[in-house]
Write a protein that binds this ligand. Structure first.
Ligand code: NAD
Ligand code: GLY
Length: 360
C-alpha cells in the first residue's frame, strides 16, 4: 500500500492507494471518531461493494443511503435525501459520512457532510478511476444546477481517501477511459515526463495492467496533492486542474447531464483548449497532434457535438467559476507540461476553435 499526504496543516489527510484496501478495517476505524456512521452510495455500487465496507463497521450505528445512479441525479434534491436520513436517524455533529462511489457520489456525499450541522467528518472511498485520480482528493464538493455544472458547492476536505485499485475490475471500459482523461490532464498541465510515460503505456492501462494502473493513480494523486497543498481554494495554480473543463462543462450541460461522461467532455474540451493554445501561438502543431492522438488512443472522443454551435457554447461558457465580471477565462497550454493560469481569450480566436471540427 502507498500512503500519500495532502498537506493542509491541521486538515492534512492521507490518500491510501493499493490492493484489497476495502478489507483493511483499521484504515476505516482509524479515521472514524464517532459511533454514528452514514454510508452514501448508489444502486450500482451498493451490490458490488457496500457489504465489504459494512464489514469494517461492526459495532458502529450504521445507516445507508442508496441514491440512483447518474450525473443527472447530482442535484440538491438528491443531497436532500442524505439530510433526510441524517435527521431521521438523529445523527449528531460528531457523526461520520462515508462516500462510497465515483465522483458523483463523492461530490454529493462530501457536500452533504460539509453542510450537515455546518460540517461533519467524511471519508472518501472512490470506486472509479476518475474519482481515484482526481475527484476524491482536494475537497471540492457540490452538485450541478440545470444552468451550470458544479455551480453549487463547498471546499470541504475528507479525513482520508481510500483508493482500492481492485474495485476498478468491475468498471466498464468506457468509464476507465473517462478516468484516463483526467490522468492525461496531469501530464499536460505540469508533468511532461508523465505525459510521455502515458504515450508509451496507454495500451497497458487500457489492458488494465495492475502495475501500470497503480503507477498512474499514484502519480496523478502526487500531482493533485501538491497542487491542492499549494492552493486549496483555487486562488491561483489550482485553476490549472480545469484545463479543458470550461469547454467540457459546457458540453455536459449543453448535451444534457449524463449524455457525455465527465471525462469524455474533458477530453473534447482539452483538445479545444489545445487548438486555442495553438491559435494563440503558444503550442506547436505537433504537440496538438500528440494530445489529440493520445486521447483518441485512450478511446476518448475529441470532437465537440455539432448540436452545440459556437453561440450556444459561448452562452454556456459564460457560466463558469473561473469567469471574472462575466468575462470567460480559460486555462491554456504553453507547451506539453505547462499550463497557464486563467487567461482572457480573444473572441475571434475562441469562435474559430468552437467552429473547428474534423479531428477524428
Ligand atoms: P460517476 O460517479 O457517475 O461513476 C461512473 C459510473 O460508474 C456510474 O454509473 C457508477 O455507478 C459506476 N461505478 C462506480 N464505481 C464502479 C465500480 N467500481 N464498478 C462498476 N461501476 C462503478 O462518474 P465519475 O467519472 O466517477 O465522476 C464524475 C463526476 O466527478 C462528475 O460529476 C464531475 O463533475 C466530478 N468531478 C469532481 C471533481 C472534484 O474535484 N470534486 C473532479 C473531477 C470530476
Ligand atoms: N478537479 C478540479 C479540482 O480539484 O480543482
Amino acid at each position: 500500500m502507498k500512503k500519500l499526504l495532502v498537506e493542509l496543516g491541521d486538515r492534512s489527510y492521507p490518500i491510501y492507494i493499493g490492493s484489497a484496501l476495502l478489507g483493511q478495517t483499521e484504515l476505516f476505524t482509524h479515521h472514524i471518531k464517532s459511533k454514528q456512521v452514514l454510508v452514501v452510495t448508489n444502486e450500482t455500487i451498493a451490490p458490488l461493494y457496500l457489504d465489504a465496507v459494512l464489514k469494517n463497521l461492526q459495532g458502529y450505528q450504521v445507516e445507508t443511503v442508496i441514491l440512483p445512479d447518474g450525473e443527472q441525479f447530482k442535484t440538491l434534491d438528491f443531497v436532500n435525501q442524505i439530510f433526510d436520513k441524517l435527521l431521521a436517524c438523529k445523527f449528531s455533529r460528531n457523526a461520520t459520512l462515508i462516500a462510497l462511489g465515483g465522483g458523483v457520489i463523492g461530490d454529493m456525499g462530501g457536500f452533504a457532510a460539509a453542510c450537515y450541522q455546518r460540517g461533519i467528518a467524511f471519508l472518501q472511498i472512490p470506486t472509479t478511476l476518475l474519482a481515484q485520480v482526481d475527484s476524491s482528493v482536494g475537497g471540492k464538493t457540490g452538485v450541478n444546477h440545470p444552468l451550470g455544472k458544479n455551480m453549487i458547492g463547498a471546499f470541504y476536505q475528507p479525513q482520508c481517501v481510500i483508493a482500492d485499485a481492485d474495485v476498478l475490475d468491475t468498471l466498464d471500459d468506457r468509464q476507465l477511459a473517462a478516468g484516463l482523461a483526467e490522468v492525461i490532464k496531469y501530464g499536460l498541465i505540469r508533468d511532461a515526463e508523465f505525459f510521455v510515460w502515458l504515450e508509451n503505456n496507454i495500451d497497458a492501462l487500457l489492458a488494465r495492467d495492475k502495475s501500470a494502473l497503480a503507477y498512474a493513480i499514484e502519480r496523478s494523486c502526487i500531482n493533485k496533492a501538491e497542487i491542492v497543498a499549494e492552493d486549496e481554494t483555487e486562488t491561483g495554480i489550482r485553476a490549472t486542474l480545469n484545463l479543458g473543463h470550461t469547454f467540457g462543462h459546457a458540453i455536459e450541460t449543453g448535451a444534457g447531464y449524463g449524455t457525455y461522461l465527465h471525462g469524455e467532455a474533458v477530453a473534447i474540451g482539452t483538445c479545444q483548449a489545445a487548438d486555442l493554445s495553438r491559435r494563440k501561438g503558444w503550442l506547436a502543431d505537433a504537440d496538438v497532434d500528440r494530445i489529440i492522438a493520445l486521447f483518441k488512443h485512450a478511446g476518448l472522443p475529441v470532437e465537440p457535438p455539432r448540436q452545440i454551435d459556437s453561440g450556444r457554447f459561448l452562452d454556456l461558457m459564460a457560466v463558469d467559476k473561473k469567469n471574472v465580471d462575466g468575462q470567460i477565462r480559460l486555462i491554456l497550454l504553453q507547451g506539453i507540461g505547462l499550463a497557464t493560469l486563467p487567461v482572457d481569450v480573444p473572441q475571434d480566436l475562441l469562435e474559430m476553435t468552437l467552429n473547428t471540427y474534423g479531428r477524428r
